[in-house]
Design a protein around this ligand. Structure first.
Ligand code: ZN
Length: 81
């Protein structure tokens, strides 16, 4: 991995309270594979800090095909140097 690339963050135990402005959250559609960045304020809507981010994927709707089943979230973190 080249220096300066965002690093993948394991999300098994990643909770909303762990989210900082350095994190990049992306959703991938199960049906059409469309991937889009999810704004933090969209993630926070109706959420509490103890919720696990992987549990939020089920609420997301694909902007391309409208699918809301089995969508996946991934989190990366920007290098801070
Ligand atoms: Zn889709």
């Amino acid at each position: 991995m080249a220096h300066g690339d965002p690093k993948i963050v394991p999300i098994h135990n990643f909770r909303m309270e762990n989210l900082t402005r350095w994190h990049i959250v992306e959703a991938t559609c199960f049906r059409c594979r469309h991937t889009e960045r999810v704004a933090h304020d969209r993630l926070w809507r109706g959420r509490t800090q103890h919720e696990r981010i992987k549990d939020l994927a089920v609420r997301l709707r694909c902007k391309q095909c409208g699918n809301r089943t089995n969508n996946a979230l991934s989190v990366r973190i920007m290098p801070r140097d």
